[in-house]
Design a binder for this molecule. Structure first.
Ligand SMILES: NC(=O)c1ccc[n+]([C@@H]2O[C@H](COP(=O)([O-])OP(=O)(O)OC[C@H]3O[C@@H](n4cnc5c(N)ncnc54)[C@H](OP(=O)(O)O)[C@@H]3O)[C@@H](O)[C@H]2O)c1
Length: 171
């Protein structure tokens, strides 16, 4: 889907989190996330939503929460399946998948672009993002300059897919 993107911060081993949270946070990465997603649509799993400030949807953007549960979430659109999600986002201009691991894993194949903050440290992770450097369907098109925060190197990268079959839903 050409309106679908993902945004993620990955550690050296492509780990993205331990328990419900990110172990190492780079403040400029949080700002970058805000800049890219504000005014747009984000798709988030119910568990990652719980790790947002106060466990609430983020302001200034449309929040779509995936859950199998029959719940209402103030300030968010709740969907219960990928079919329901695709129906809702099909005419939206720009949509960002913001995690967590299970949501990235299900939606990566429909994404056009992935905004990845590479953080060069390897805390113990329980959740991982697929390693796009080992996936022939993806190439790194933007490889930002290295920056350093608290002695930890990081950079902003953008990956694009080559996979022309991504628009075809495999039923
Ligand atoms: N580094 C990063 O940039 C980043 C970003 C986001 C998250 N994370 C990390 O990711 C980890 C959390 O990932 P996770 O996989 O455990 O949880 P998650 O993907 O955030 O949420 C999983 C939940 O989403 C719902 N769900 C997922 N797919 C669905 C579908 N097709 N239909 C209906 N509901 C669906 C289910 O909710 P119900 O159980 O309610 O049915 C499921 O239990 C944490 O460690 C977090 O820190 C990292």
């Amino acid at each position: 889907m050409d309106n679908l993107n993902a945004i993620v911060a990955v550690y050296e081993d492509w780990g993205i989190g331990d328990g419900c949270t990110q172990q190492v946070v780079i403040p400029e990465d949080r700002k970058y996330f805000q800049q890219l997603t504000k005014g747009n649509v984000i798709v988030v799993g119910r568990k990652t939503l719980a790790d947002f400030p106060d466990g609430k949807p983020l302001p200034d953007r449309t929040n779509i929460v995936l859950t199998t549960q029959d719940i209402k979430i103030e300030g968010a659109i709740v969907v219960h399946s990928l079919d329901e999600l695709f129906e809702i986002i099909k005419d939206m201009p720009k949509v960002f998948v913001v995690g967590g691991a299970s949501v990235y894993n299900q939606l990566l194949k429909y994404c056009e672009r992935v905004y990845i903050t590479r953080i060069y440290t390897s805390p113990k992770s329980e959740s991982f993002f697929p390693n796009l450097d080992e996936n022939f369907n993806w190439s790194c098109e933007e490889f930002g300059d290295a920056k350093v925060y608290n002695g930890i190197k990081y950079r902003f990268c953008e990956y694009e897919t080559y996979d022309i079959s991504k628009n075809i839903r495999k039923l």
